[in-house]
Ligand binder design. Structure first.
Ligand code: NAD
Length: 310
């Protein structure tokens, strides 16, 4: 069975590709390498360097005729979405519609879409389940949610099957610690450099950290599922930012103190996602405890540093 993975050179997409290849799928990657890296793409996957917003995508569908699409290509920077909402909407909304149009035209069976907890905005109750009101607080949140509605409409108009996965905070190897990356990779990078990481607020705010390999597993489970629907993909656990720092310090046997800064406007205080629907419906559950995932991440970062120095 052939799967087209968009964003397969990126942090999460490349783990999905690894898992698909290991599970015996034939994999085609489409990525424009704007943030992704060619070396992250599994050697057994076929690679097209292409932009999902471009007309040339049609040629990939014509040549490859995939049965499934797993769609991870996106502009993921919240701040960029505020500065340039047109570019953000073009990448995330128009790019997805381009894929869906081609999917229908070329007989794709199922689309798996990487959505985000950013769709929910400020939680009105916890844990956030899939029925929670949608109220994004950034154009990124809106541009990740809008394709969900397109997917549902493509499904009802043309019978395209779909699984929408709303991710919590994903962490793991290959996440870029620079710029506006996830807090986990920034903390690991800072601590290994003996630098003090910034914590905005008192550090008692909580997040739901889910390991990238668990997220990859959820994508494989979604492919095999016979149901169309929206599912949170999360650990369903609340971790304070202070505790996160403490665990990483413990793993690397350091005691780097954070620098506390005033909290940023619009920062959410507590957030975690209920994953009961995914665990009951998809053949999936998160396997990595936070500490185990963090240990694996630290080993990966240290091994890669050793490679660079060698
Ligand atoms: N990282 C998280 O915690 C998180 C949380 C929720 C949702 N998501 C979603 O998961 C997906 C993957 O995110 P990530 O963290 O791996 O980011 P990433 O930036 O590492 O991956 C995105 C990939 O898409 C590619 N890409 C971007 N625009 C493209 C375009 N127009 N055409 C073709 N390729 C393009 C990039 O080169 C990159 O390889 C995104 O859709 C993101 O919104 C991520």
């Amino acid at each position: 069975m052939k799967v087209l993975v968009t964003g397969g050179a990126g942090f999460i997409g490349s783990h999905v590709v690894d898992k698909l290849v290991d599970s015996g799928y034939e994999v085609v990657v489409v990525d424009n390498l704007s943030t992704g890296k060619r070396e992250y793409i599994h050697s057994e996957a076929k690679f097209y360097q292409a932009d999902i917003t471009a007309a040339e995508i049609t040629e990939v569908f014509e040549a490859e005729k995939p049965e499934f699409i797993i769609h991870h290509a996106a502009q993921i920077n919240v701040q960029s979405s505020i500065v340039d909402p047109i570019r953000d909407a073009n990448m995330n909304i128009v790019g997805t519609v381009n894929l869906l149009t081609n999917a229908v035209k070329h007989g794709v069976r199922r689309v798996v879409y990487a959505s985000s907890a950013a769709a929910y905005g400020n939680p009105v109750y916890l844990p956030i389940d899939e029925k929670h009101p949608i109220s994004p607080m950034s154009f990124y949140g809106l541009s990740k949610y809008t394709p969900e509605r397109y997917i549902e409409l493509f499904s009802s108009l043309y019978g395209l099957d779909y699984t929408i996965l709303r991710y919590a905070n994903v962490y793991g190897p290959r996440q870029d610690p620079k710029g506006e990356a996830g807090v986990v990779s920034i903390f690991v990078d800072k601590i290994l450099n003996n630098e003090s990481p910034a914590i905005y607020g008192d550090g008692l705010q909580t997040r739901d950290f889910v390991y990238v390999k668990d997220v990859a597993d959820a994508n494989i489970a979604a492919l095999g599922s016979a149901v169309n629907g929206v599912f949170n993909v999360s650990s369903c656990e609340q971790t304070t930012i202070n505790d996160l720092l403490g665990i990483i310090n413990g793993i690397v046997r350091k005691n780097i103190e954070p620098t506390y800064c005033s909290s940023r406007d619009g920062d959410i205080v507590h957030s975690y996602l209920d994953n009961a629907l995914a665990t009951a419906t998809l053949d999936w559950r998160p396997r990595y405890a936070l500490r185990t995932g963090l240990e694996e991440l630290v080993h990966f970062v240290l091994a890669n540093r050793a490679e660079i120095i060698a």
